[in-house]
Design a protein around this ligand. Structure first.
Ligand code: GLN
Length: 237
């Protein structure tokens, strides 16, 4: 990392922020602070230019029309694409995940171009996927079993240049038995929750990528109890 603090850019909270996705920024700030790592968060409205010097960019979920507008503005702006080329960490949730791909289905099923930062394409599925989701994360990422809440119409097909983020144990995810996708430091998931609140190990993956080394462990017993409760509720129901 080239500066003394992690710069977190929360993309378009005015368009992409359903199901408390803002919690993802708060958890990153807090888990960095507990390790003595300073952060700076920029909440970027959709009429502002996207700075290309961020370390971690977060994109939340959104309804179909705000999602289309967000994709158009991000494509026209170009800052996020430039940041990705420079190796920035990009974490997209649901609508934010779909926007990172080549295209996604709009409210009438029309295909809307995305940013092409992940080799995925999403289309409108027959049925909405709504409910709890649990998955086992790709081993190389070293993130414990993940839990979240999904609510999307989109079905996502993965291309050759991405890996699935997790194998679904319960829920729908991409619709092919897997959930989310990643390539390098660009990662997308259907998990709300907010995802980083429910999965501190995933928050730590993004922080590890940002600082470039392993992180000091912190006491996660309280978050761990909540996770166990959710996992047990879903996997035994
Ligand atoms: N509009 C997208 C879909 O329904 C994303 C929804 C969301 O972000 N919750 O697939």
């Amino acid at each position: 990392m080239s500066s003394d603090r992690i710069k977190i850019v929360w993309i378009y909270p005015d368009l992409l922020s359903t199901y408390g996705d803002q919690g993802n920024t708060i958890v990153l700030e807090r888990r960095a602070a507990l390790r003595g790592i300073p952060t700076e968060t920029v909440s970027l409205r959709s009429d502002e230019p996207v700075p290309a010097d961020g370390h971690i960019y977060l994109l939340g979920g959104g309804e179909d029309r705000p999602q289309i507008l967000a994709a158009q503005r991000l494509r026209n702006d170009g800052g996020l694409i430039q940041a990705a080329r420079q190796g920035a960490i990009i974490f997209g949730v649901c609508a934010g995940y779909q926007i990172l791909g080549h295209e996604f289905g709009g409210e009438e099923g029309q295909l809307v171009p995305g940013l092409g930062l992940l080799d995925i394409s999403s289309a409108r599925g027959e049925r909405r996927a709504v409910g709890e989701i649990v998955g086992d994360v790709s081993a190389e990422l070293q993130v414990p079993r993940i839990t979240g809440f999904e609510n999307h119409q989109g079905v996502t097909r993965l291309g050759q240049n991405v890996r699935p983020f997790a194998q679904v144990l319960s829920g729908i995810g991409n619709g092919d038995g897997y959930e989310g996708a990643y390539n390098g430091r660009v990662l997308g998931t259907y998990m709300h929750g907010p995802a980083l609140v429910r999965n501190p190990g995933l928050a730590d993956l993004l922080l590890r990528w940002a600082v470039g080394h392993d992180l000091q462990p912190i006491d996660d017993s309280w978050a761990g109890r909540l996770r166990e409760e959710r996992l047990n509720a879903v996997l035994t129901s």
